[in-house]
Design a protein. Structure first.
Length: 131
């Protein structure tokens, strides 16, 4: 069983964003990237469960809030203007092999790799429709 530890993700500019452990509650590990304004901290959650049917599910969620300053009576107050979310769920049969699970994880990483999938870039980044 892995111990919760920092995870570094690379953004589109090639900058490493470190997500530090916050807590584990009800089987959900939460990490956050401190920004100095807690409501604006990007967060990453990871959980693993087993269904009644014996399927193993790993759920990964990433939330990236954007903060703006609202000035009221001369006082700056940070507020969340909008938040981008990504949800990814892996679901495996109880009889799946470690090779099958690794193959799924590897293919998903390439599906989302901007250098390899111009289709995904057009849909996700550019907001283009699919035809």
């Amino acid at each position: 069983m892995p111990q919760l530890s920092p995870i570094t993700l690379i953004d589109s500019q090639g900058v490493g964003i470190e997500y530090k452990p916050r807590d584990i509650s009800q089987g959900v590990a939460k990490l956050a990237s401190p920004t100095g304004v807690p409501i604006g901290d990007p967060s990453l959650t990871i959980s693993r469960t087993q269904t009644a049917a014996g399927r193993h599910k790993v759920t990964v969620k990433l939330a990236m809030p954007e903060i703006q300053k609202n000035t009221i009576n001369g006082v700056d107050r940070p507020t969340v203007a909008r938040t981008a979310y990504a949800d990814l769920t892996f679901s495996f049969d109880g009889g799946s092999t470690s090779a099958e699970r690794l193959d799924m994880m590897t293919q998903v990483s390439y599906l989302l790799a901007k250098d390899f999938q111009p289709f995904m870039v057009a849909v996700v980044r550019d907001g283009e429709g699919i035809y």
